[in-house]
Design a protein around this ligand. Structure first.
Ligand SMILES: Cc1ncc(COP(=O)(O)O)c(C=O)c1O
Length: 447
């Protein structure tokens, strides 16, 4: 029996973190080409132009497979532009998964729309079988999020949207370049938007982008936050926009900084190749831990033509009942100690469920005296929140963020998981002791 490192046993990293391990985890990969592209922007003072951004938009649209792309200063703005593109407005309802980052959907409140949250399944992905119960005559759209890189079930979601005549926006911030049955994510809905900020798989500083095949949606997305591009060069078909040339119609400025567009152009060139290596590495890691009780890797079956893109924030569904009720937080701390090096290699949980946040319960954006989420609604959509407890109850831990294929270290990471599972009963004694004294779980550090 191995004594777990969190209880004083030997960790895998005994001294400094080896440089090959640092290389394996480092992201994004920046080389001289990125540096030169950035320097050109700095030297030419061309941050605020659009020439580089236009090139990036064209290349990105070609790569993802849509007719149009519009870059924005960040993903949050690009998602707001997508909402404007579909014509989201006062009194509309929009269905969104409850497990996502706030920027997938919080902007709906400023459009006067009501967010109706849907449950997630075990892969923490929007449960398509939970959507129809949420539809009302006011439902305008579904916000689909390919959460932590796992592609949503687009066949089912698009069929529901078609049946009920709903628009679909895809938030691809966690899955740029990912595939669903042989087609890129972001090309299924009416419009898609995504973050390309520095922590993402597609990392280009601070940037966002909207993609669509629909000219009118493109024009609306463009006009929302670009006063300098709301003109005859871009807006030609949307008659409702034409009288308002030279204004940003959302009253916001969302222009992309060309420093980021320049980086994005270089990143795009190598992106698919780099993601393929990430998938090789992460799939090997998941193969090694797949048989462990209580753990189920959050990954799609690649034989269907789908994939997890760059495995952004890759996760593992966690079932404490298979490990004598050991909480995911304790499990994660024990794995971190087992690997060693004083790093938080993994964490427990993912984003909290949005419907539990006070913002979606009480926040009154325009001081109307009513919570904004329901201020213009014909029903109190919050009454459905209790049906979302199933999502709150789901537990998960993250996987180590492996970015390069290094067989030896991947095996060591997997061994750390295995050590904790095989010896988890050592932690249960500690938990009991802590409980007796009214203390915290052993190893819990308020993550
Ligand atoms: C799912 C999701 N949507 C939207 C965003 C917002 O993107 P940004 O930070 O670029 O504004 C993020 C996070 O950054 C995200 O994780």
């Amino acid at each position: 029996m191995k004594k777990l490192a969190i209880l004083g046993g030997e960790p895998i990293i005994k001294n400094e973190i080896p440089s090959e391990l640092q290389t394996m985890m480092k992201w994004p990969i920046i080389n001289e080409e990125d540096e030169q592209a950035a320097l050109d922007v700095i030297r030419n003072n061309s941050y605020s132009g659009v020439d580089i951004t236009e090139k990036f938009e064209k290349e990105f649209a070609e790569w993802i497979g849509t007719n149009y792309a519009v870059a924005y200063c960040n993903g949050t703005m690009s998602l707001a532009a997508a909402m404007f593109a579909i014509g989201l407005c006062k009194g509309d309802e929009i269905i969104c998964t409850t497990k996502t980052y706030w920027a997938s959907i919080a902007q709906a409140s400023t459009f006067g729309a009501s967010v109706v949250f849907a449950n997630v399944n075990d892969m923490l992905s929007m449960d398509p079988d939970d959507i129809e119960r949420l539809i009302s005559p006011k439902t305008k759209a579904i916000m689909v999020v390919h959460y932590i890189s796992y592609p949503c079930d687009m066949d089912k979601i698009m069929a529901i949207a078609k049946k009920h005549n709903l628009k679909v926006i895809e938030d691809v911030s966690h899955a740029q370049g990912g595939m669903y049955k042989g087609k890129r994510l972001g090309t299924f809905g009416d419009v898609a938007a995504m973050s390309l900020m520095s922590a993402k798989s597609f990392a280009a500083g601070e940037l966002g982008i909207v993609v669509t095949n629909d000219k009118r949606m493109y024009e609306r997305a463009m006009a929302y936050g670009h006063y300098d591009r709301n003109n005859e060069n871009y807006i030609t078909e949307s008659e409702e926009l034409i009288p308002y040339y030279n204004m940003a119609l959302g009253g916001v400025k969302g222009r992309a900084n060309q420093l980021c567009s320049a980086l994005a152009r270089v990143q795009l060139k190598y992106y698919d190749e780099r993601c393929a290596e990430i998938r090789k590495a992460m799939n090997y890691f998941f193969d090694l831990i797949e048989d462990l009780p209580g753990l189920k890797p959050i990954r799609v079956d690649e034989s269907t033509g789908s994939n997890n893109a760059g495995f952004y924030c890759a996760g593992v569904a966690y079932y404490p009942e298979a490990l004598h009720g050991l909480p995911a937080s304790v499990f994660a701390n024990a794995v971190n100690a087992e690997i060693g090096g004083g790093q938080k290699w993994i964490s427990f949980g993912a984003n909290y469920c949005l419907h539990t946040h006070e913002f979606f319960q009480t926040f009154d954006f325009d001081q109307s005296g009513k919570p904004s989420r329901i201020a213009n609604a014909s029903r109190d959509v919050r009454q459905f929140d209790e049906a979302l407890q199933a999502s709150v109850d789901k537990q998960s831990v993250s996987a180590p963020r492996i970015r390069r294929y290094n067989k030896e270290w991947i095996e060591k990471f997997a061994q750390a998981f295995r050590n904790v599972v095989d010896n988890h009963e050592q932690l249960l004694y500690s938990i009991d002791d802590e409980e007796k004294t009214g203390g915290r779980w052993f190893g819990f550090d308020n993550q």
